[in-house]
Design a protein around this ligand. Structure first.
Ligand SMILES: O=P(O)(O)O[C@H]1O[C@H](CO)[C@@H](O)[C@H]1O
Ligand SMILES: O=c1cc[nH]c(=O)[nH]1
Length: 245
C-alpha cells in the first residue's frame, strides 16, 4: 500500500516506530540505527528505517501541532506500525522538573482541537501501559530528573489575548505541556496501536515563553540524547518481548 502523504510504501515499514517533531531530530535518531535508510522526505515528514539492537524500526518526523502529526500517525498505522513512541520536548509546570529533565507521559489532557473532531470530549488520551512500563524500565539509572505523569496538549504555542489555562492544569498536577501527545494517544487508541511518549523539558511553560523558551541549550541537547536512548531501548525491549525473546 502507498501512503500518499508520507510518500512511503507499507511493504517497507516495520511494526515499531519512533516519532518526533523535528526532521533533523529524526535524522539524528536514524544515525543511531544500523543500516539506516531514508525512505522519504515529504513536507515535514521524514521517514527512515534501520535496525536497533537487531530490531527493525522506523524513525519518522511529524512536525509541529496535532493536525499534521495525526496525519503522520494515521498513515504509519495504516502502513502496519503497531507500536509508536514519541520523543519530544515540553515545557514544565514545576520548579522541581527543570530544563534537562525527562517526563514519561502516562496520559494527555486534550486542550487541542484535533481530537475533538475524532472522539467525544469524555474520551481519554492515554498511553499504552506496556509502553509506559517499557519507557520507565529503560529510564532506570538515567541521569537527571525523570518523572512519570500527565501532560497537557495545546494547539497554541505563543499566547494571544486569551489566557492559556496553565494555572488550572498546574494545580491539577499536570507535569508538562507540549503539542502532539493527545493526538498520538487518541489516534493509536482508535486504530488499535500502542503508543507512549517521553519528552525532554526545555523551560517553564507558565512564564513568558518568549523569555524562557530555549530548546537549544546544552542541558536540553543532552536530555534529548538521553531520551532518544531510553526510547530506543524501550521500543526494542517491547519488540523482543512481543517476539517471546
Ligand atoms: O520537540 P518536538 O517534538 O518538536 O515537540 C515540541 O516542540 C514543538 C514546539 O516548538 C512542538 O511540536 C512541541 O510539541
Ligand atoms: O509545546 C511546547 C514544547 C516545548 N516547550 C514548551 O514550552 N511548549
Amino acid at each position: 500500500m502507498y501512503l500518499p502523504i508520507l510518500q512511503i510504501h507499507s511493504e517497507d515499514m516495520p511494526a515499531y516506530a519512533i516519532v518526533c517533531g523535528d526532521p533533523r531530530r529524526a535524522q539524528a535518531i536514524a544515525g543511531k540505527l544500523n543500516g539506516a535508510k531514508e525512505l522519504a522526505f515529504a513536507r515535514e515528514y521524514r521517514t527512515f528505517v534501520g535496525e536497533y539492537d537487531g530490531v527493525p524500526i522506523a524513525v519518522v518526523s511529524h512536525g509541529v501541532g496535532s493536525p499534521g502529526a495525526a496525519v503522520c500517525f494515521e498513515e504509519l498505522i495504516r502502513a502496519g506500525v503497531k507500536t509508536l513512541i514519541r520523543v519530544g520536548t515540553a515545557g514544565s509546570y514545576h520548579a522541581d522538573i527543570p530544563s534537562g529533565s525527562l517526563v514519561i507521559s502516562t496520559a494527555a489532557a486534550r486542550e487541542e482541537g484535533l481530537t475533538r473532531q475524532l472522539v467525544p470530549i469524555g474520551f481519554p488520551a492515554v498511553a499504552d501501559g506496556a509502553v509506559v512500563d517499557a519507557l520507565s524500565q529503560a529510564a532506570v539509572g538515567a541521569e537527571g530528573v525523570v518523572r512519570k505523569g500527565i501532560t497537557v496538549c495545546y494547539d497554541v504555542f505563543f499566547a494571544g489575548v486569551e489566557e492559556i489555562p496553565h494555572k488550572k492544569y498546574k494545580k491539577a498536577g499536570v507535569l508538562a505541556v507540549e503539542m502532539e501527545i493527545a493526538a498520538l494517544y487518541v489516534v493509536a487508541s482508535l486504530r488499535g496501536a500502542r503508543a507512549g511518549a517521553i519528552v525532554a523539558i526545555d523551560g517553564f511553560a507558565d512564564s513568558d515563553l518568549a523569555a524562557e523558551y530555549d530548546p537549544h541549550t546544552d542541558v536540553v541537547t543532552q536530555a534529548v540524547e538521553r531520551e532518544i536512548d531510553v526510547a530506543l531501548r524501550a521500543l526494542t525491549g517491547l519488540a523482543k518481548r512481543d517476539a517471546g525473546q
